[in-house]
Design a protein around this ligand. Structure first.
Ligand code: IPM
Ligand code: MG
Length: 353
């Protein structure tokens, strides 16, 4: 199993180091991982002038899976758009055709009081948000800022083809079929034609999955319902930008964005695995960031790319055990718990593993 490891910027190297330790620990079970590091994001700009250098492109193309920390930092805000660290992330998603982004929003019962929401609203929560990742307004052309009359105008294009909608819808229906057979498709069809097409295509594909109950929801309502009564949802599917926003919102239902892993898959289950949070420059280098989202991302890697369900569950159980033992990084800390840093949290997971 060849894994490209892209630690990235900010807290990236610290959290990825803990996830790599977890993978290495599994080699005692006879699993063989070959990990190779490469640059992506701001660190790549610093070293090569480009956020997604050719050497990285070559490595991730050859690898079976990619483990990513996070990219970005305010020191890069003055760069041109092409040079921005985030551009490296978008480019790698596009290059590898990782159109299906799976973001599980699971509340560990031990963290029910770490969330800002009431326990009765969130306890038992287990949602999967499926975000289309290589299309929509993130990639649509034309885009830019130009002069029009006497002022500048900024513009982007929200665009989805039927085939792009179809393939993400199939992923969503298949995943929903394996879970609670409930799929909610999120759009803004009352205003945006692009998402009218989205709703039409998803509705048509539903006929191929008669056991899955499909519902539709407008994105503004979905944002509200996620806070009002999140347990009404099982699987949600939506476009690139709505998925970006709703998944950050949903992460707070689990106590901290530091708990949410993700998988970005192509049509052959090659994948890039990363926490959904950012590079948190304010926490970088202090050994305080929560590595659990990244560690949980390796569980997703084992499940989706390498078909190692048993090992994936072992990692997830170890994380749960660590929480029940009271270990908490500062983002999920509560009085009476045992505050630990990034490395100590990694140690605790390894102990239980
Ligand atoms: C995410 C992030 C990225 C996105 C940024 C860093 C480009 O917010 O993965 O959710 O917007 O997709
Ligand atoms: Mg985001």
């Amino acid at each position: 199993m060849k894994i490209a490891v892209l630690a990235g910027d900010g807290i990236g190297p610290e959290i990825v180091a803990q996830a790599v330790r977890v993978l290495e620990a599994l080699t005692s079970d006879g699993m063989k991982f070959e990990t190779e590091p490469a640059l992506l994001g701001g660190c790549a700009v610093d070293a090569t002038g480009k956020p997604f250098p050719e050497a990285t492109r070559k490595l991730v193309t050859e690898a079976d899976a990619v483990l990513l920390g996070a990219v970005g930092g305010s020191q890069y805000d003055k760069l041109t758009r092409e040079q921005r660290p985030e551009q490296g992330l978008l480019a790698i998603r596009k290059e590898l055709n990782l159109f299906a982004n799976l973001r599980p929003v699971v509340l560990y019962s031990e963290l029910v009081n770490a969330s800002t929401l009431k326990p009765e609203v969130i306890s038992g929560l287990d949602i999967l948000i499926i975000r289309e990742l290589t299309g929509g307004i993130y990639f649509g052309e034309p885009r830019g800022i130009k002069w029009h009359d006497d002022q500048r105008v900024g513009f982007n294009t929200m665009i989805y083809s039927e085939s792009e909608i179809r393939r993400i819808a199939h992923v969503a229906f298949q995943v929903a079929h394996k879970r609670d057979q409930k799929l909610c498709s999120v759009d803004k069809m009352n205003v945006l034609e692009c998402t009218q097409l989205w709703r039409d295509v998803v509705t048509k594909i539903a006929k191929e999955y008669p056991d899955v109950e499909l519902s539709h929801m407008l994105v503004d309502n979905a944002a509200m319902q996620l806070i009002r009564n999140p347990k009404q949802f099982d699987v949600m599917v939506t476009g690139n930008m709505f998925g970006d926003i709703l998944s950050d919102e949903a992460s707070m239902l689990t106590g901290s964005i530091g708990m949410l892993p993700s998988a970005s898959l192509d049509d052959k289950n090659k994948g890039l695995y990363e926490p959904i949070h950012g590079s948190a420059p304010d926490l970088a280098g202090k050994d305080v960031a929560n590595p659990l989202a990244t560690i949980l991302s390796t569980a997703m890697m084992l499940r989706y790319t390498f078909n190692q369900e048993v090992a994936a569950v072992r990692i997830e159980r170890s994380v749960k055990k660590v929480l029940s033992q009271g270990y908490r990084t500062s983002d999920i800390f509560q009085p009476g718990m045992r505050k630990v840093g990034t490395t100590e949290m990694g140690d605790a997971v390894l102990m239980n593993l």
